[in-house]
Design a protein around this ligand. Structure first.
Ligand code: CAA
Length: 260
């Protein structure tokens, strides 16, 4: 499908989705969010995509936030609708069956930082900058910043960012655990592809169930979460991937996973 505000490219089981509004630093307006929703639903239904990478187009930004010129005119009801759409898109990303890597190539502010938080892993360029600057605009984060950020980096670091609206560099984001690691700008996409290829060579059944176990289990109490893990572990034994993976190990050869 052709999109106006995003691009999707699938190669070797890896889908790269690029937010493509460089003139507005890839800010998320209503149309962009609608396209993202349709695109990620399509990816979630695909058995040919094993890993997803999300990035921003241009040299400056991953995503510089929700689109301020779009939001400026909203009333409370349309703002609620917009916020709900943002959450729907980010929840869809978070709940995709495939692992998602954020390739953070520049500004990740407001809704852009929140989009990165909805991904499973975050790799940042050494030029990336992070922040929740909504308080500068008289609003609070609206796409999950007050919820996913404290869950990832702890309340203290999250509160400092959300209350002050300050912008931090990639090294600081690495120090507080906001990103997995920081890499030289020119190597960002290649580093993401290396990780994506590593994951896509594994059993797709196992990788999808790993994601389900982490995402659903992390909010449960430990006893229930461990029981849930055992259920998913046992479910793996219904798939040919488990038979192939264990047989290949014992035969001292590389496994040929079918993802079923
Ligand atoms: N929405 C709409 N347009 C934006 C934008 C945004 N979030 N961020 C940047 N742009 C536009 C600018 O208006 C500018 O457009 P024009 O060329 O037409 O004037 C263009 O992108 C380039 O931006 P700058 O000239 O400002 O570039 P800069 O290098 O001087 O500054 C920046 C970069 C620090 C990121 C600055 O653009 C900025 O502060 N942007 C806003 C960041 C922000 O506040 N994000 C949070 C939005 S609120 C939100 O996201 C709520 C939520 O949680 C859902």
């Amino acid at each position: 499908m052709q999109w106006d505000n995003i691009e999707k490219n699938v190669e070797g089981g890896i889908a790269t989705v690029t937010i493509n509004r460089p003139k507005a630093l890839n800010a998320l307006n209503y149309d962009t969010l609608k396209e993202m929703l349709a695109c990620f639903i399509e990816i979630g239904e695909s058995r040919d995509v094993h890993v997803v990478i999300i990035t921003g187009s241009g040299e400056k930004a991953f995503v510089a936030g929700a689109d301020i010129s779009f939001m400026e005119k909203l009333d409370p009801l349309s703002a609620r609708q917009f916020g709900k759409l943002g959450h729907e898109v980010l929840n869809t990303i978070e709940n995709l069956p495939q692992p998602v890597i954020a390739a953070i190539n520049g500004f990740a502010l407001g809704g852009g930082c929140e989009m990165a938080l909805a991904c499973d892993m975050r790799l940042a360029s050494d030029r990336a900058k992070f922040g929740q600057p909504e308080v500068n605009l008289g609003v609070i984060p609206g796409f999950g910043g007050t919820q996913r950020l404290p869950r990832l980096v702890g309340k203290g670091h999250a509160n400092e960012l959300v209350f002050s609206g300050k912008i931090i560099d990639a090294d600081e984001a690495g120090r507080i655990g906001l990103v997995n690691r920081v890499v030289p700008h020119e190597q960002l996409l290649e580093e993401c592809l290396i990780l994506a290829r590593m994951i896509s060579a594994k059993s797709p059944v196992a990788v999808r169930l790993c994601k389900e176990s982490v995402n659903n289990g992390v909010e449960m109490d430990l006893d229930r979460a461990c029981e849930y893990e055992v259920d998913l572990f046992s479910l793996c034994f219904a798939a040919s991937d488990q038979k192939e993976g264990m047989k290949a190990f014992l035969e001292k050869r590389a496994p040929q996973f079918k993802g079923e």
